[in-house]
Design a protein around this ligand. Structure first.
Ligand code: PAF
Length: 284
């Protein structure tokens, strides 16, 4: 497995694989890899010839007062895990490589804005976050030139933002989705779960439980979505969470209507200072 840090070297290696007719699979990450990330890499491996995984903690997608400085940087451990699953190339650039000449971590340079969807739910709680995500993913796509890229379904809104700009800006990349990978108590795997204490970890199963309850009720015919959301918020708050939102939406995140056949229930809740995200998709 090669570990490279510069765009120039990456372009050279990618060009030689492309000349040989290889299909390039790509898994963008911010590192601190867990089992969920490794399953994304395995999915990429199963559908392409060469798999590139990027590890880059992107300053542009962190708001003021968020955990950019403290986000765990564990390159050696990540590289070991990637090697074990058979990843071919790790691209781990420095901030200056991705945002050269920037005086402000990319904010003073060209950005990819996906209107509407970037301002609701997570975007309302974290202004600028999805512009930061879309910008770095677009830049990475231009560097890696992948045929396919794999993202986890846990960050459902992020996935919709990426699918939108890929379609609207005509990126020739197929977006593949891996289902949410969960701990045995139902907690969706996330690098930020490392911020939770052992006691908190035991409480976290309640979110998935709540999502399953809401899904069951909708499948059984409940159609007062506002009431279902309100009850779910109350239930989580009663179990020690501070819930930001529980939202029942259409698959494209527009408001849910009774005629929709595909719905998604999205949840964001704090346990202590850790913000936990989860969702469940429903087909009626
Ligand atoms: O999901 C993540 O880890 C990040 O948002 C991503 C897609 C790697 C962009 O920095």
């Amino acid at each position: 497995m090669q570990i490279i840090h510069t765009i120039a070297q990456l372009r050279q290696i990618v060009a030689s694989h492309k000349r040989a007719g290889k299909i390039i699979g790509f898994v963008p990450t911010m590192g601190n890899l867990h089992q969920g990330h490794l399953l994304l890499v395995e999915m990429a491996l199963s559908q392409s010839d060469i798999v590139i995984c990027s590890i880059f903690v992107n300053p542009l997608q962190f708001g003021e007062g968020e955990d950019f400085e403290h986000y765990p940087r564990t390159l050696q451990a990540d590289a070991d895990k990637l090697q074990q699953v058979g990843c071919d190339i790790v691209f781990a650039p420095a901030v200056e490589e991705i945002y050269p000449d920037s005086q402000g971590n990319g904010q003073d340079q060209s950005q990819v804005i996906v209107p509407g969807i970037s301002d609701i739910l997570e975007g309302a709680a974290r202004p600028g976050h999805f512009t930061g995500v879309a910008t770095v993913v677009a830049k990475l796509f231009n560097m890696v030139q992948p045929d396919k890229a794999v993202f986890g379904a846990k960050d459902y809104q992020q996935l919709q933002v990426i699918k939108r700009f890929v379609r609207e800006l005509c990126f020739p990349v197929e977006i593949l989705t891996h289902p949410i990978v969960r701990e045995s108590n139902g907690l969706a795997m996330s690098s930020r779960n490392g911020y939770l204490s052992d006691t908190q970890k035991q409480q976290t199963g309640a979110i998935h439980q709540m999502l399953k309850d809401v899904s069951r009720q909708i499948k059984a015919g409940a159609n007062n979505f506002e009431q279902l959301e309100q009850q779910a918020v109350e239930s989580l708050n009663a179990q020690g969470f501070v819930t930001d939102y529980i939202s029942i939406r259409a698959a494209d995140l527009s408001p849910a209507m009774l005629t929709h056949k595909h719905l998604v229930v999205l949840a964001a809740a704090y346990l202590g200072t850790t913000r936990l995200l989860d969702n469940i998709q429903i087909t009626l």
